[in-house]
Ligand binder design. Structure first.
Ligand code: NAP
Length: 249
């Protein structure tokens, strides 16, 4: 009988959890615990770190996990690297459920950079009105470019105020649509948008809104990860669970 651990925190993980619940699979969804009230799930949930790769390997063993699905965000590189190491250590088959990266289309004004530090550096220059579509963990780095006025959008109100001299904060967990994001960008006279290349449909509204308004974007590339089996659809995870994982595919 399969006993599945899903590493979550994404729309894709929640979609997979709903399918596993409907199938009656034994499965647990794991959250890091970053969000105050995470989305309610149809399978049991556990919250908090495992204590590195060794901690996760210990969890896989002690909970007799038979299949590990890494459905974390493409920028959750530490968790994904830990999942690869732990699955190998514990001898549990692993699959990653990810979203294809966004790609620019004709007319897009993207500057692609390798990480947050490079995004900060790319904002050197005269004062502008900048939307940082990044999440609260990364915004303080932009204090190194204090000349700009920033627009922030967080899932929860921050406990500690962002360390930026000039900013507006919107607390909203979405879902967001193109018309709403276009309105937000216009209401704040935004001149440039900074975001991670998260990919998928859940977070694409701001990209489409910036595109519609002809705004430039600083697009942060995904971190590199060791090789692993990776699919983009819940149905492919289900096929792997039913037919492929036990054959080592
Ligand atoms: P990270 O930097 O890769 O992970 C840091 C540590 O957080 C991990 O080593 C692990 O702690 C713990 N952790 C991360 N994801 C976990 C999970 N699903 N369950 C249990 N522990 C987890 O991760 P992150 O970028 O902070 O992302 C944290 C969570 O937010 C993930 O669930 C991710 O899917 C979600 N998320 C991230 C982003 C983003 O832009 N990074 C965006 C949207 C959602 P231990 O080492 O102690 O096990």
């Amino acid at each position: 009988m399969p006993n599945i651990l899903v590493l979550g925190g994404t729309t894709e993980a929640s979609a997979l959890a709903a399918v596993l619940a409907a199938r009656g699979d034994a499965a647990v969804l794991s959250y890091a615990g970053r969000v105050a009230s995470p989305k309610v799930q149809q399978i049991p949930v556990r919250i908090g770190g495992f204590g590195g790769a060794a901690g996760l390997a210990g969890y896989l063993r002690s909970h007799a996990i038979t299949h590990l699905v890494d459905a974390t965000h493409p920028f959750a590189a530490q968790m994904s690297a830990n999942a690869i190491a732990a699955a190998d250590d514990a001898g549990v088959p692993l699959i990653a459920l990810t979203r294809p990266a966004w790609t620019p289309i004709a007319g897009d004004r993207w500057t692609c950079v390798r990480d947050i530090g490079a995004a900060v550096a790319a904002l050197a220059g005269p004062p502008r009105r900048v939307m940082l579509a990044l999440g609260r963990m990364h915004v303080d780095a932009f204090a190194a470019q204090p000349q700009h006025t920033y627009l922030l959008r967080f899932v929860d109100a921050p406990v500690k105020a962002p360390e930026l001299p000039q900013y507006s904060l919107v607390v909203d967990r979405g879902p967001f649509d193109v018309a709403g994001d276009q309105h937000l960008l216009q209401a704040h006279d935004i001149e440039i948008v900074v975001c991670k290349n998260a990919g998928g449909v859940g977070a694409v509204a701001k990209v489409a809104a910036a595109r519609a308004l002809g705004l430039p974007m600083i697009m942060i590339d995904r971190p590199a990860l060791p090789a692993r089996r990776e699919v983009h659809a819940v149905a492919d995870v289900v096929r792997w669970l039913d037919h492929e994982a036990d054959r080592g595919v």
